[in-house]
Design a protein around this ligand. Sequence first.
Ligand SMILES: [Zn+2]
Length: 135
Amino acid sequence: MHEWALAESVIKTSAEHAAREKLRCVSEVGVALGELQSIDREIFAFALAELVKSSFKDLAACKFSLLDDPAAFKCRACSAEFTLKALKRTGEEAENIHFIPEMAHTFLKCPECASPDFDITAGRGVTIKHIRGEQ
Ligand SMILES: [Zn+2]
């Protein structure tokens, strides 16, 4: 269950940030979930709540906002930027990409020049976008 490991690192990072910034309480943490990361939001939200309850009581008043981080790509051949949604694809391909982001290169091509050589510029992993609190 990688949701639990991810939730724990989000909480640890938030707690460390709060300590560094001398925040009395953290009110909100915005967490962007990558489209390619394949995270079960319900499990992730549950894991956050449970971990705070059991081991990070300082963050009890904190609200975790789960945000979308849509996948984006940039072609290395022609510099075109494109998104997953913009590409025509079958359901099966989309499934594979969600399970293994590295597979994107096998299934996707640049819509401009058809090159399979592109960078994934967004939509991987879990990112803390903001941490709000009171000093
Ligand atoms: Zn291209």
